[in-house]
Write a protein that binds this ligand. Sequence first.
Ligand SMILES: [Zn+2]
Length: 414
Amino acid sequence: MITTVLLVAATLAAPASQDTLSPAARRVLADVRFLADDRQEGRGVGTAGLSRSGAYIRDALARAGFQASFQDFTISRDAPAVLHTTLGGTATRNVVAILPGTSAALRGEVVVIGAHYDHLGLGGFGAMDPDSTGRVHNGADDNASGTAALLEIARLLGHRRPGRTIVLVAFSGEELGTLGSSYFVQHPLPQPVDSIYAMLNMDMVGRLRNARLLALGAATAKEFPALLDSLNTPPRFDLRASGDGWGPSDHAVFFAARRPVLHFFTDLHEDYHRSTDDWDKINASGVAQVAQFVGDLAWTLANRAGPLTFVDAPRPQATAGGGSGYGAYLGTIPDMTGSPGGVRITGVRAGSPAELAGLKAGDVITAIGAKVVANLYDMTDALRSHQAGDTVVIVVKRDGAEQRVTAILGKRAS
Ligand SMILES: [Zn+2]
């Protein structure tokens, strides 16, 4: 419906006061405000705030009609994140909620919907703002938004009777390197990993702008693009469906296990992994719309006849294992939908090397130093091959012409 799109635009122009929100948006906002409250200590692994959040999620899933329980695990002492933190050996838990399938032929197959509920705690490892280490990083968009969408989907589906089994999982340990989803894939509930029909991940769905929703991983099953299109009529979203299943979030773990995956995402912004990712910047109506859409998709997947046709893709070298990436810091905000022949940027961080070099929104980066940049992986690679203080020439396409700027790379938070 076109008016939906117009309503979203109006919401953005003048943020809706709470009493003009739909009941679903109000529920979502209440969940985001609970999870992204300073009291939850940035939902860092090992904090009472993360435990409190886990209990809140379990209770909400059980109330919605799912069989909800904790899946306990320990942060491995060999996890890459343990090299940067003192969290090795810490106990944490996923929350798993099951809605049994009712079709004798289909209930052995599982549609998984996931969202991580942990965040960066007080910053430091993984944060983009080393200057605010020690301040609570509330992670309202990352990923209280996806968690709130997960709870709303539970309310939409909890009292229905799907053909296939539906399993909702709130993962812990994502920010330390997708540890909770890795544990789940090794110890899947209630059935072996081969029985997972598809995995739908929601990570950062709280900043819907101009109705633009990314569905990354759409190339991981032949049937996905047509299925997504058929559910987006009348058009609810400016839907950008593309890409393989590799990416820095939990879905990549399921893709590595050769399952079709989708990652729903309302794109990056300048508060990403900073202490300013707060609840008052969340588009609650947008989160409710994403929940409705992903819930509809899950319902369709749980009841459709026949298998999905999995499409594999080689693992990109630079991002193996996901995570926030290391190397030198530039400070661009890349357009995650991709652009042919380079990386388009939607902005630069204030005071960053990118801003000082004169990079602007709309620039398409095609080379950094000696490296050609065709996509985000190349860009990550290029920055990893440099150190803070290096001076590099960056080639960009701007208004159709090629330009060169010189940047002095900075230090990334570690
Ligand atoms: Zn994150």
